[in-house]
Design a protein around this ligand. Sequence first.
Ligand SMILES: [Zn+2]
Length: 92
Amino acid sequence: MIEKTHQCRQCGSTDLVKNGHNASGSRQYHCKACGAYLVLDPKERGYPEEEKERILRAYRERGSMRAIERIFGVSRNTLSRWLEKRDVSSPT
Ligand SMILES: [Zn+2]
């Protein structure tokens, strides 16, 4: 099976290595050029609530967006959007 060439979203490099799967089961890549961790074929556009909860909990424990970015492949923008949303939304 031939794999599609993927491109890093951050720097455009195709020098990517597989990096297992992230917590939501999407295949994750590590860009050797810029060091970014990427999910190139996410199962769906957003994250399921359950997954969000897990990531937000991890964020509160670690207090580091950078760590969360690396571990879960969630961008800081996404994470801060979730954090903002949580303040106004009702608990699940
Ligand atoms: Zn890159």
